[in-house]
Ligand binder design. Structure first.
Ligand SMILES: Cc1ncc(COP(=O)(O)O)c(C=O)c1O
Length: 364
């Protein structure tokens, strides 16, 4: 008995059917979120294996709130706080979990949750779990955000934005920080696609705008993207982290982050801080190539090429693949209209980026 046959048929008919694939490593990867190429960084790998092999305990074993909190976690949290200027931090298993953790725990009855309409699916899922009033504002529209903040009589107002939006590839405006201060709102910034990518020290949106973290600021960063590992971190005031440790279910009721992934994330942070200028130069050069060849101004490492047709993006993806390049063909429901998504990944030759762009341009 095939319980979901009709649904699967409908997905296939609308070119929205998804499947997993193991791609040959010979393909030049410009599809993954491995922005800094750390998934293949020998220095970070060697350092991490070295440190991991010296540990007396290799597994997280339990929730942080039982005995799953390890020195490895604490050392990374401390260095993240120091680098980003936050009082306190907590690491946990994945950015998806982090969004569920923050939103479900912080937005309580009597509060208002105010979310950018393009916020990540994990955050949107979390909004369905809360008793707080829920409002969405038009993507990056600070006027609409202000209107909602002005009208709100909620006990606490909690605003959720992303540093760089994963599919629109644009950046949250500075006014969001000003508005949250003016209306005394908590601001959650999901830096999945901005930490490691923008800012003077490549630390993300706060760094990019030179914002010194305050008591109303929460920064969430993922380790599975620029940091080349797996997991996530939440940075905030002592008070908010204390509350999350008591109330956030993916922290309280889940095994803590794997020690290997934590060490890998930590060594990636150290590498970023040590090699900031070198990494920034390469990112800048790649953004310039995209501007020269496609006329697209990239703020982060995501290039979005609007196509509109589901079948066409799949066709372009296949043509690029046949020529040795892996790119993203993104369709609904992830985006409202199909796009080609190219990642400006450190380590990919400039000549390959130019060649890929040529292929895309001649097949649009
Ligand atoms: C904006 C954003 N937030 C959160 C996540 C989830 O992070 P993770 O992959 O670590 O679960 C993603 C993943 O794609 C994302 O794009």
């Amino acid at each position: 008995m095939k319980f979901y046959e009709n649904e699967l048929k409908a997905l296939k008919k609308s070119s929205r059917y998804r499947y997993r694939e193991i791609f040959p490593t010979s393909l030049i990867d410009m599809a993954s979120n491995d922005y800094l190429g750390f998934s293949q960084n020998e220095e970070i790998k060697k350092q991490t294996i070295d440190e991991y092999s010296k540990l007396e305990v290799f597994s997280p074993k339990a929730s942080m709130l039982v005995n799953g909190y390890h020195e490895v976690h604490k050392n990374f949290e401390d260095e993240l706080c120091k680098a980003n200027g936050f009082e306190s931090g907590v690491v946990l298993g994945s950015g998806f979990n982090a969004n569920i953790a923050m939103i479900e725990a912080l937005a309580r009855r009597g509060d208002e949750l105010i979310v950018d309409e393009m916020y990540h699916a994990s955050g949107i899922l979390a909004t369905k779990l809360v008793e707080a009033k829920l409002s969405f504002f038009k993507h990056n529209c600070v006027d609409e955000l202000e209107k909602i903040l002005k009208l709100s009589s909620a006990k606490r107002k909690i605003v959720c934005v992303e540093g760089i939006y994963s599919m629109d590839a644009d950046i949250a405006p500075f006014e969001v920080f000003e508005l949250c201060d003016r209306y005394n709102a908590i601001l959650i910034v999901d830096e999945a696609h901005s930490s490691g990518v923008i800012g003077d020290k490549l630390l993300g949106l706060f760094d990019f705008y030179g914002v010194k973290p305050k008591a109303n600021h929460i920064k969430m960063g993922t380790l599975g993207k620029a940091y080349g590992s797996f997991g996530a971190y939440i940075l905030a005031s002592n008070h908010i982290v204390e509350f999350l440790l008591n109330r956030a279910k993916p922290i309280v009721y889940a095994t803590s982050l794997s020690l290997f992934d934590t060490l890998y994330g930590h060594n990636s942070l150290k590498y970023i801080l040590k090699n900031t200028n070198k990494l920034k130069e390469e990112l800048k050069r790649k953004r310039e190539i995209v501007y020269d060849e496609l006329g697209i101004l990239c703020e982060g490492n995501i290039v979005k090429v609007d196509i509109g047709s589901n079948s066409k993006v799949m066709q372009i993806k296949q043509i690029a693949k046949d020529k040795g390049y892996l790119i993203g063909a993104i369709r609904q429901p992830t985006v409202s209209s199909a796009i080609i998504r190219i990642i400006l990944r450190v380590g990919v030759n400039d000549s390959d980026l130019k060649e890929l762009i040529k292929i895309i341009k001649s097949n649009i």
